[in-house]
Design a protein around this ligand. Structure first.
Ligand code: VGL
Ligand code: ZN
Length: 240
């Protein structure tokens, strides 16, 4: 299999239509991107609960770990996040009588998907994967720690107004571009990427360094929303 940059090179050298047919629309001219001092990698929620054996395991979630470890070597700035819920958090189906995981309810701040209990503060499930190897990571930001508000985004809680402080941190450190990877594509990765755009960052989501939950069409919707917001969809092989 050719990777996409080889295919683009192949175009120039006349490789032909078969190789071209392997490209998704809009991907043709994805050029290599080189992280600079103004770039940060955001590693989202690579925590035991979202990995095999976890209470909210994301299918193939463990596959992102080696990809992220490798990619992280290209970044001077790395921030990691941890979903960090109180016991009895409002996003847990277990606290809403008659509700099951993956059903939705209407809360004061909007629609909330209900989840199995996960990422409870201080538990092993909330720990970052022991297989992450990113010793240079500069900040670990925790989110979702207010009992009555969820926070998929690393920037702003689900009430749409409470800040985690991440945007101010990144701006204070002169970060202009963020690259988002981790779990899950359609929730914490997507909401983080959308808020990064709202906050004015040039934003990339590294598709093969993410895996999705995909409940009720959430994965396709996330990619559509991100495309509309100007989030750039790349592969880890696009990072030089
Ligand atoms: C996440 C559902 C609930 C995520 C966190 O990390 O994407 N998803 N909490
Ligand atoms: Zn959560």
């Amino acid at each position: 299999m050719l990777d996409r940059r080889q295919v683009v090179a192949g175009l120039v050298t006349g490789l032909g239509a078969t190789a071209l047919a392997t490209l998704a629309p809009g991907e043709l001219w994805a050029a290599a991107v080189k992280p600079d001092d103004g770039s940060a990698l955001l590693v989202i929620d690579v925590q035991n609960c979202f990995l095999p054996g976890g209470s909210l395991a994301v299918k193939d979630g463990e596959q992102v770990v080696p990809i992220i470890n490798k990619m992280a070597k290209s970044f001077a700035n790395v921030v990691m996040t941890q979903d960090w819920h109180t016991p009895g958090h409002i996003s847990f189906a277990s606290v809403h009588s008659g509700k099951k995981p993956f059903e939705t309810i209407d809360l004061a701040y909007g629609k909330q998907v209900l989840w199995p209990d996960h990422c409870v503060q201080g538990t092993d499930g909330a720990s970052l994967s022991k297989d992450l190897a990113i010793p240079q990571a500069e900040l670990i930001i925790r989110k979702g720690f207010h009992k009555d508000v969820d926070s998929y985004s690393a920037f702003t809680e689900a009430d749409g107004k409470t800040s985690t402080g991440l945007a101010a941190y990144l701006k204070a450190r002169n970060v202009k571009r963020v690259f988002v990877a981790g779990l899950a594509t359609d929730f914490c990765v997507a909401w983080t990427a959308l808020d990064a755009r709202k906050t004015g960052f040039e934003t990339y989501v590294v598709e093969d360094a993410c895996r999705g939950i995909d409940t009720q069409g959430s994965l396709a919707k996330a990619w559509t929303d991100m495309a509309k917001a100007g989030v750039k969809r790349i592969q880890s092989s696009d990072i030089a």
